[in-house]
Design a protein around this ligand. Structure first.
Ligand SMILES: Nc1ncnc2c1ncn2[C@@H]1O[C@H](COP(=O)(O)OP(=O)(O)OP(=O)(O)O)[C@@H](O)[C@H]1O
Length: 970
């Protein structure tokens, strides 16, 4: 806390900064509201507070008739009047947006009427006690610490006041000029130090230090280094000097030749472990300390030296220039080619190479899906040229089938016919992404003979089922439904028959068979040739439903939402027609999605269905039959840097739409098998299913271990606990991946187990450890990183953020720059590439081959089990509030997945789950999601690594009960 006192316009002013929490350890907004307010107190209840706020804390009036107010530039530089705001929230940078309710309390100042929008944030007690303008701000994030230093280093306010006789001033201008030029006095004035700065200097503390040392490392092509020599040196002597041509770079090669330990380091890492001896020009092992290497900047237009520099940031232990150009045993012609082979360049020739590699060993169907996937995700600069290079291999199966069916002599289809056929196939595949050939400038088919002119590919795709097999499936599933499921099933089917347009919410805790029921209802719809559109909030949940996709991609829900957002689905498009024709829309894992997304979909559906948004004719979701489902005990919407209230406020139960839902419930856990161990009342009289539920409802006994810390620690039964031994990751992986070396190539073995943990950093540690256990050689794929050129300040950023810096950036849900993989390792997809093929964000795949430009694998789990799939690099545009640019990363959208975050595991049923808790969970429902992934007590193992002062069988269980209290009581 820090104060600066000074006078401003006759009022005492105090700046007070309240440091409430360390970065990322959120306090609730209720804590802030208790300390800081930005509202006028009620004069009847708190006259003292009201008077003080009116006197000291009202901004303005400014603008309009007060256009000359000191704060006015074009508009108020302090952004007053602020907006009304029902609750305190934070903006992206962590600055507080205080609560300013539209309370109706106003005050007249001059001719202006001011209200809560004009109040400067204050602390009521300080204000009343100090009777001064007391500026109070909550400083909530590490990022805002700059304000603390800003005020500390601002120094005390100081004014130079000169009293002079106006008469002298008028008659003696030379005296005034002389005073103005009193440079000595001016120097003394500006040397005035604040007390803390004076103390710092009196104690002779250092003003600046440089620690650790930074070594600037030069880059040059072979024989093109600068050789410094003195003016008076003879050229012969310079040429004879063996050290003259030695540079950091040439001596790095020499060091690698003689010292095997240096070979594990890149050029830039050498100063960490070696020091440069300038006299003998040699790298020698460091005896103490630490240094940082910075490779000198080379502009992109400098030719091969630019690519040499790029390699120097990646390659370890190079012995020579020639060695640097060698990639996978092949000596490349120049450094540019070597960079290209390593995947460091964003060269459009990569896409041609991908299709050539796929064509060499895959069926035309696979080439076509790969081509469409590249159109959708790779920002291909010239799709037509790529199509021209590949249409023949994409149509080989058609040409072959014609050859074998037509009579001899008439058996080669024309190029035009093959192309028409290929284009129709591509059109169909693009249709499932809601795109058309036209979107990519590809030719429209010219052959109408077999075309389905006017047909809607999206509707076709949703009706593309064998009614008989769906009918059999429907009957089989219907027979196995339990009583609760049957009740829900009948309610939904009746609603479809009656076209009631009733939105339902299917609530059931984890494992009660919601997904099973959606499948049963969908089979019934399809057996009647009706359309059911299936979506889920997460990619992984979508893979568990037939032909489902994520709600965001199906309904084009905008990434940034507000209370007026709507989905950009135009009337008359294929997608709008599909929505219009659908008999039922199912949305699984709905509690994970922000309420604003449902409201945006509601608005658009009303528009498509020509239903007014207000009044008696309004029908939620335009009168469509909609079935939402999920379990509010599981994770709620993930809102960056949100506190508890914001998360709860974003939940579906807080939407006005919620009141229109009819609530349906499932209560019998169908996932947990009724084995003897599970039935046993192993913990405080609970069976396993009861214990899981009590955990989710926060009904287990809780405790706190330190004063002022949350009291949500629960005891975990001993039967689940794994001893952490000397290497916790080793212990839990050994337990979950037992008999690993016998089974590591089996997709079924990998699909049924996982280690889950709250944080991504721990996931990376688990995966690196497991990768070392897998036999075989590793293959490294580097991403090509650049800044998006459309960024306004692209040119200036390009110099500030060199490529090797961009390579170090990591983001949640984005593949890393360096991807180290082996055959038979499981990877998780990080993007929704092709939901129809089961390629969703969260899909797990076992790698079967690591090509130069593609990764092949087998899908594990989900409704598309064991399909062979091909993954290419895609272009990811990453916008993150921490950085002022948009990063363009070209990389395979995958990550190893022996371990995964708890959030990613939601929706999966596994045989063996290891919950690894080096730190306790940090958000609502995470522990519940973890423990409810398994079928029996035998499958659940938990390793808790608490600090010494907390018992090893306790961990935190965070539950925001207020998000679903209504449902529990219903
Ligand atoms: N009526 C049923 N007959 C046979 N098996 C069932 C039935 N209902 C559910 N199951 C099985 O129970 C397990 C859990 O069901 P499901 O995945 O549908 O639950 P869920 O409610 O969707 O779970 P979660 O919320 O965790 O995703 C699955 O293996 C499923 O096949």
């Amino acid at each position: 806390m820090y104060t600066v006192e000074f006078q401003k316009r006759g009022l005492p002013h105090i700046h007070l900064l309240v440091w409430l929490a360390e970065e990322d350890k959120l306090r609730t907004t209720a804590d802030i509201d208790a300390v800081i307010s930005a509202e006028l107190p009620n004069p009847e209840i708190d006259p003292l507070g009201y008077d003080a706020v009116v006197k000291y804390m009202l901004h303005g009036p400014c603008g309009g008739a007060n256009a000359n107010a000191p704060c006015m530039k074009d508009k108020c530089s302090k952004h007053f009047p602020k907006d009304f705001n029902s609750a305190t929230t934070f903006d992206k940078s962590g600055c507080a947006i205080y609560r300013r309710r539209d309370s109706g309390i106003q005050v007249q100042k001059g001719s202006a009427i001011l209200d809560n929008r004009h109040v400067v944030p204050y602390n009521r007690n300080l204000l009343v006690r100090l009777q001064a303008h007391v500026n109070v701000e909550v400083c909530h994030k590490g990022k805002l610490i700059k304000y603390l230093f800003k005020y500390v280093t601002k120094g005390p306010d100081r004014s130079l006041v000169i009293a002079e006789n106006p008469a002298t001033q008028a008659t003696d201008p030379p005296t005034q000029d002389a005073r103005r030029k009193d440079e000595i006095q001016q120097f003394i004035d500006c040397r005035t130090l604040s007390s803390y700065e004076a103390i710092w200097r009196l104690n002779e503390y250092p003003i600046h230090v440089r620690e650790p040392a930074v070594v600037r490392l030069g880059v040059h092509l072979d024989g093109q280094q600068k050789v410094p020599y003195r003016k008076q040196s003879s050229i012969d002597r310079v040429l004879r000097d063996p050290n003259a041509g030695k540079t950091h770079l040439t001596e790095w090669f020499a060091l690698n030749c003689r010292d095997p330990e240096a070979r594990s380091l890149t050029y830039a890492q050498i100063p960490n472990k070696y020091t440069w001896l300038p006299d003998c020009k040699e790298w020698t092992p460091r005896k103490r300390g630490f240094g940082i290497g910075r490779v000198a900047y080379v502009p992109p237009g400098s030719g091969d030296v630019f690519f040499l520099r790029m390699l120097l940031t990646k390659v370890r232990g190079s012995l020579s220039y020639r060695h640097m150009r060698t990639v996978n045993g092949e000596i490349c012609q120049d450094f540019e080619k070597a960079c290209d082979r390593l995947g460091l360049l964003s060269d459009s020739s990569e896409w041609v190479k991908v299709l050539t590699e796929v064509s060499a060993s895959s069926m035309p169907r696979v080439i076509r899906t790969t081509f469409v996937s590249m159109l959708m995700f790779c920002e291909i600069p010239n799709p037509l040229a790529l199509y021209d290079s590949a249409w023949r291999s994409m149509g080989d199966d058609y040409a072959y089938s014609i050859c074998t069916t037509l009579p001899t002599g008439n058996n080669s289809p024309t190029d035009e016919r093959i192309q028409n056929w290929v284009l129709r196939q591509l059109q169909q595949l693009l249709g499932s992404h809601s795109s058309t050939l036209n979107d990519f400038g590809l030719p429209i088919t010219t052959d109408d003979a077999d075309s389905d002119d006017g047909a809607n590919p999206l509707i076709n795709n949703h009706l593309d089922f064998d009614m008989n097999s769906q009918s059999i499936l429907s009957s089989t599933m219907l027979e196995s439904l339990n009583t609760d499921q049957l009740h829900v099933y009948s309610a939904i089917i009746n609603s479809i028959h009656n076209k009631s347009g009733q939105p339902f919410f299917l609530y059931g805790h984890s494992g009660t068979g919601k997904t099973f029921l959606y499948n049963a209802i969908t089979a019934r719809l399809r057996s009647m040739s009706k359309i059911g559109v299936l979506v889920a909030s997460s990619g992984i949940a979508a893979t568990l439903l037939p032909k489902a996709t994520t709600a965001h991609s199906r309904f084009k829900i905008p990434l940034t939402l507000d209370t007026t957002s709507t989905c950009p689905i135009k009337k008359g498009t294929h997608l709008a027609e599909l929505i219009g024709e659908a008999s039922l829309i199912i949305w699984d894992e709905a509690p994970m999605t922000h309420r604003l997304a449902f409201e945006a979909v509601d608005r658009r559906f009303c528009d498509i269905m020509n239903v007014p948004l207000r009044g008696s004719l309004y029908k939620p979701f335009g009168g469509k039959n909609v079935l939402f489902g999920g379990d509010f005990r599981q994770t709620l919407p993930v809102i960056t840097e949100a506190c508890r209230e914001q998360t709860v406020d974003g939940s579906l139960t807080r939407s006005l739409l919620w009141n229109s839902f009819k609530l349906l419930k499932l209560s019998r856990n169908m996932r947990i098998t009724n084995s003897v161990a599970d039935e046993a009342r192993f913990m405080h009289g609970y069976t396993f299913p009861e214990w899981v539920l009590a955990l989710g409802d926060a009904k287990l006994k809780t405790t706190s271990f330190k004063p002022d810390t949350p009291s949500d620690w629960v005891q975990i039964p001993q039967i689940f606990l794994v001893d952490h031994g000397t290497h916790p990751i080793g212990s839990i992986t050994e337990d979950i991946y037992d008999l690993f070396l016998q089974n590591y190539r089996q997709p079924q073995y990998l699909a049924t187990r996982a280690i889950i943990t709250p944080k991504n950093t721990t996931v990376t540690e688990i995966n690196s450890y497991m990768l070392q256990q897998v036999p075989g050689i590793t293959k490294t794929y580097y991403s090509s990183d650049s800044l998006q050129q459309s960024t306004e300040t692209f040119a200036s950023f390009e110099d500030c953020y060199p490529t090797e810096f961009l390579n170090t950036l990591t983001f949640n849900g984005v593949p890393d720059h360096e991807l180290i993989l082996k055959n038979y390792t499981p990877i998780m997809l990080l993007r929704n590439l092709n939901p129809g093929l089961g390629l969703c964000n969260g899909t797990r795949i076992m790698i079967t081959s690591l090509g130069d430009n593609v990764i092949r694998g087998t899908i594990m789990g989900g409704s598309n089990d064991t399909d062979d799939v091909i993954i290419t690099r895609i272009v990811l545009n990453i916008e993150n509030s921490r950085w002022p640019f948009i990063l363009k990363r070209r990389q395979f959208p995958v990550r190893l997945c022996y371990g995964m975050t708890i959030n990613k595991s939601q929706g999966q049923t596994l045989d063996k789950v290891g919950i690894y808790l080096p730190d306790p969970v940090f958000s609502h429902g995470q522990l519940y999601v973890g423990v409810s992934r398994v079928r029996s007590t035998n499958g659940l193992r938990i390793l808790i690594d608490n600090p010494a002062d907390i018992p090893g069988d306790y961990t935190r269980n965070i539950v925001f009960r207020e998000a679903f209290t209504d449902i529990l009581q219903a």
